[in-house]
Design a binder for this molecule. Structure first.
Ligand code: NAX
Length: 331
């Protein structure tokens, strides 16, 4: 039998945490033959709720779950973890300035970076979910210099999956037959959902989405806006932000990273830019990636038309501004 993998979930007493930990314990993230030990971190005001989540995990009697650590101590939470899913953060509250929210998250991600660097297992893979996800991941990278930058990522897979879902609904095809959409840039409303290279499996072979959706206006208008604004639409409908879809996408992100993407398929991940597609280096930016042997690589050589170029640059500009704001909170 395989040795258990230790998975940290921060903010585990929150909404996404509540949806995510049972998925991990059931093998959705790492496979149905992979035992796990869950490390759950939250802050003292949520300690009792966190303990309640632990009780429910025990009650669910998951065969793959070999242990649960529920703690408000960052050191204990990070000890020996192989995978860290960073869901905990400071939410933007009514009337708060952007800078104040950024400042709270910068200080959280700075200190959790140090704890991971000191106490996590070597080669720990990190996924930041908490917003502003790209910039929190960048701060984590800056303050955990001994963690390879290849091991630090942020979640844009939810946006990617939302784009697959919209194409599937528009064409009335199964979502599993749609592939290779791309989310470029920031996990924010400036992200660019791109279908220029996406395809659909049909009885007559693979067809470009661009050919099947003849409606260019829909692709440039409603499609992009729906994916960009989906988070807000969920809040309006549910009165809470997306949780089950976020948790499921976080599992997809880690599963593909660790176990590999299927041949001929790419996914979107927020990763440290190496300058591919003329995206400035020094940003955590969402790119199309394939994964093999536990490592991602950015898909190279895709054609970028003039329309897309502007969108790629716009979301990069927003990330540069966020980075400047984050750095101004450090001094
Ligand atoms: P909740 O407010 O339900 O949960 C957040 C939890 O984090 C709370 O239990 C809180 O006590 C805890 N927390 C706060 N500070 C902490 C710290 N320093 N250390 C550990 N835990 C801490 O929010 P939820 O709906 O679960 O969302 C979590 C985060 O995900 C938010 O930042 C949200 O904006 C972000 N999202 C990101 C998405 C993405 O695709 N990247 C999509 C979903 C979601 O909106």
């Amino acid at each position: 039998a395989k040795d258990p993998v230790r998975v940290l979930v921060t903010g585990a007493a929150g909404q996404i945490g509540y949806a995510l930990v049972p998925m991990i314990a059931r093998g959705v993230m790492l496979g149905s033959d992979q035992p796990v030990i869950l490390h759950m971190l939250d802050i003292p005001p949520a300690a009792e709720a966190l303990n309640g989540v632990k009780m429910e995990l025990v009650d669910a009697a998951f065969p793959l779950l070999k242990g649960v650590v529920a703690t408000t101590d960052v050191t204990e939470a990070c000890a020996g973890v192989n995978i860290a899913i960073m869901v905990g953060g400071f939410p933007r509250k009514e009337g708060m300035e952007r800078k104040d929210v950024m400042s709270k998250n910068v200080s959280i991600y700075k200190s959790q970076a140090s704890a991971l660097e000191k106490h996590a297992a070597a080669n720990c893979k990190v996924l930041v979910v908490a917003n502003p996800a790209n910039t929190n991941a960048l701060i984590l990278k800056e303050f955990a210099p001994s963690i390879p930058e290849k091991n630090i990522s942020c979640l844009t897979r939810l946006d990617h999956n939302r784009a697959l879902g919209q194409v599937s609904e528009k064409l009335n095809v199964q979502v599993c037959d749609v592939k290779n959409v791309i989310i470029w840039g920031n996990h924010s409303s400036t992200q660019y959902p791109d279908v220029n290279h996406a395809t659909v499996k049909t009885p007559a072979g693979e067809k470009p989405v661009r050919e099947l959706v003849a409606d260019d206006e829909w692709l440039k208008g409603e499609f992009i806006a729906t994916v960009q604004q989906r988070g807000a639409a969920i809040i309006k409908a549910r009165k809470f932000s997306s949780a089950l879809s976020a948790a499921s996408s976080a599992c997809d992100h880690i599963r593909d990273w660790v176990l590999g993407t299927p041949e001929g398929t790419w996914v979107s991940m927020g990763v440290y830019s190496d300058g591919s597609y003329n995206v400035p280096t020094g940003l955590i930016y969402s790119f199309p990636v394939t994964c093999r042997n536990g490592e991602w690589s950015i898909v190279q050589g895709l054609g970028i038309d003039e329309y897309s170029r502007k969108k790629l640059d716009l979301t990069a500009e927003e990330l540069s501004e966020e980075k400047a704001l984050a750095y101004s909170c450090l001094s």
